[in-house]
Design a protein around this ligand. Structure first.
Ligand code: ZN
Length: 473
């Protein structure tokens, strides 16, 4: 019996993802066969039928030969694991050879090429059904998608650029305050009119440009508390009008956050909104339990600590109620996550709780074919460790919000430029190279704003990489 491990590398155009269903008698696979290298693998289920996903180096190999190669040696794969990008976070996969001689178990094996994201959904803004397909795919492959808060066309473009360069789907979201900023801080917003207008404008901007970047985009609106429901109403009206004309909603998805209300009010009201959204094929994210910290003017820094951890019973209550309406919803549960970046404090992140939510739903609903029936969302992820993120994704997190870190990244690019070029930014004319030298090429916003876009884009790429969302198209 030998144990070896596979180290992962970035997946390139010379590699391809394959899945195979293995039944008894074909317990696993051989990592290197006839020049065929298994670059990454994870097992979907610990019991039979096993489902394995492999990234194979296809250089010098014909696709037809792959099933045979995989089947040739029977091995047993170890615990679920996956990788993404060059900065691999793959745990080694123990490979136990339980049939040293190997025998052709081809009859036990069906191999199909796994579809990539673009085989499932098209570039551009996705509908609710398409968001669900994308999330199912992400759960199956073991990655999550960053949802980046944007406040301008500049930040939106920076996010799309990162997604294009890394060949990934992406989630763009606007908060109520961010939407108002998008429309312009000079506009009145007493009845959420600027927030509605800004969110609609952002969605239309994304609809226009996303296809040019060639990436599928989930256009989403972020937290909407009870007092902000007129904002939600306005956005849904825009969805309904767009649906009438084009057969799809304007946005892909909205979040409603009534987590500060009682469970009864939270779930009851959320369900009413979900019924309305389901009619126009829009996805819904809801929150139960409270994310700590402060974001977009909502301060939960003094919330009772017990509310910062959602119970499996609460998650199940939501799952049960919303499932009766439709499948296109996700749950942001609180597992000690905190908005913003703070020094380590009293709230401890407990990603293990996410697994208890899935297990509880599986048990209550008697689900036999899916260990992760709930689409989970990770709010307040800024500042989390790599291990915490990986663990959360392994329990079915499909979306992780990124705001604080990308805000900081955008500033860094602008700040560094201004500091570095200080001598060129004191007057329109005159710099260290001469008193009559013009400075237009330094103060043109296309120069210094672009610096912020680049550093923000880089930070989005880091989020993609840490979530395993690289080369997924
Ligand atoms: Zn949040």
């Amino acid at each position: 019996m030998t144990v070896s491990s596979i180290s992962s590398t970035a997946h390139s155009r010379h590699s391809e993802l394959w899945s195979c269903i293995l039944d008894e008698g074909a317990l696993a696979t051989e990592p290197v066969l006839s020049g065929l290298a298994v670059r990454y693998a994870f097992m979907e289920t610990p019991e039979l039928p096993l489902r394995a996903v492999f990234e194979l180096d296809l250089l010098g190999t014909t696709p037809e030969s792959i099933p045979e190669c995989i089947a040739w040696h029977s091995l047993r794969l170890g615990p679920s694991c996956y990788s993404g990008g060059k900065q691999s976070y793959s745990r080694p996969i123990p490979i136990v050879k339980d049939r040293p001689g190997g025998q052709n178990t081809n009859k036990h094996l069906q191999a199909d090429p796994i579809l990539n994201v673009l085989d499932i959904v098209k570039p551009g803004v996705l509908t609710g059904d398409e968001v669900r397909k994308l999330f199912l795919y992400a759960q199956e492959k073991g990655f999550a998608i960053p949802a980046v808060n944007c406040t301008s066309s500049s930040t939106i473009n920076a996010v799309l650029e990162a997604a294009r360069d890394q060949k990934t789907p992406i989630i763009i979201q606007v908060s109520q305050g961010g939407s108002a900023f998008y429309a312009g801080k000079g506009l009145p917003n007493g009845n959420q009119e600027a927030s509605i207008l800004g969110a609609v404008a952002a969605a239309k901007h994304v609809r226009e440009v996303a296809k040019a970047y060639g990436v599928p985009v989930v256009m989403h609106s972020d937290h909407c508390a009870k007092k902000l429901l007129p904002w939600m109403d306005g956005m849904i009206e825009a969805d309904e009008a767009y649906f009438k004309e084009h057969g799809v909603p304007l946005f892909s998805s909205h979040m409603i956050d009534l987590s500060e209300e009682t469970n009864e009010v939270n779930i009851g009201t959320t369900r009413k909104y979900f019924e309305r959204l389901a009619k126009v094929n829009c996805f819904l994210e809801m929150e139960i339990g409270i994310t700590g910290g402060e974001e977009d003017g909502v301060n939960n820094e003094d919330v009772d600590a017990s509310k910062l951890y959602t119970t499996p019973e609460d998650v199940y209550q939501v799952y049960k109620s919303l499932s009766e309406v439709g499948p296109n919803f996700s749950i942001a549960a609180a597992f000690g996550n905190v908005h913003g970046v703070y020094k380590p404090g009293n709230v401890v992140l407990r990603p293990g709780l996410l697994k208890t939510y899935q297990d509880y739903v599986v048990e209550k609903e008697n689900i036999t074919n899916n260990k992760k029936p709930v689409f989970l969302v990770f709010h307040g992820g800024s500042g989390s460790t790599h291990e915490e993120i990986i663990e959360a994704v392994s329990y079915g997190v499909v979306k992780m919000n990124v705001d604080t870190d990308t805000q900081w990244a955008y500033l860094c690019g602008v700040r560094d430029f201004v500091q570095e070029k200080a001598g060129y930014l004191e007057a329109q004319v005159g710099n260290p190279e001469g008193q009559d030298k013009p400075n237009k090429k330094y103060y043109d916003p296309r120069v210094w704003v672009r610096c912020g876009e680049k550093t923000m884009s880089k930070r989005v790429s880091e989020a993609n990489t840490s979530l395993g969302n690289v080369n997924t198209l």
